[in-house]
Structures are given as structure tokens and as C-alpha cells.
Design a protein around this ligand. Structure first.
Ligand SMILES: [Zn+2]
Length: 105
């Protein structure tokens, strides 16, 4: 599989992965930051907020730009400016076909 496509899967439902990472980066604004800088998560509702699985499946929001495009180094890909730039080109400048994603509520 294309490594950018593989890495992109880790930008969603990544609460556990990011919690185990040392450094995180955003594929949208190409910022690098520490996991504890992330304050916004999506995925929990009133119905599932006590469900441990749902908590692990939350999706990080970038503390800089608010995009759900955050990767942690625990995903196995290099989290640096060069890699994030390639992700940005692929996904936000649409040089790769983007999979359908749920829109935020
Ligand atoms: Zn960002």
C-alpha cells in the first residue's frame, strides 16, 4: 500500500496511538507538537462517553488549525516536516484520491 495512504488511516480514531507517541504532527498545517498539546478530540457523544472503546477511538484535532489530520510517531511513520509536507500535498492538494470521511457533527 502507498505509505501516504497507510499513514492517513492513523489520522482518525487515534487517541490510543497519540497517547503513546512522543511527538505529533498535523498533515494540514504541517505543525509539530507534543501529544499533551492536543486539547480537542472528536468521536464521543452523550451515548458512548463511558465506553472505553469509544474513548480509544477518538480522533485528535490539531491544536494549531483544528483539522482532524494529526499523526503520532507511534504510528510507525516519520513525524517530521518533510513527511508531513508530503502528506499535505497528497491529501489537501488532492494529488491522491481522498477517501470519503464522516463530516463532523
Ligand atoms: Zn494543523
Amino acid at each position: 500500500m502507498n505509505e501516504l495512504l497507510a499513514a492517513y488511516r492513523y489520522t482518525t480514531n487515534n487517541f490510543a496511538q497519540i497517547g503513546a507517541s512522543q511527538v505529533c504532527g498535523c498533515c494540514h498545517c504541517v505543525a509539530l507538537f507534543k501529544p499533551d498539546e492536543i486539547v480537542g478530540w472528536t468521536g464521543l457523544t452523550m451515548q458512548n462517553m463511558d465506553d472505553p472503546k469509544a474513548i480509544d477511538d477518538q480522533t485528535a484535532m490539531c491544536p494549531r488549525c483544528g483539522s482532524e489530520a494529526v499523526l503520532g510517531d507511534r504510528c510507525g511513520f516519520p513525524i517530521n516536516a518533510a513527511f508531513l509536507s508530503r502528506m499535505n500535498e497528497a491529501w489537501f492538494q488532492r494529488t491522491l484520491i481522498r477517501p470519503k470521511r464522516k463530516t463532523a457533527p
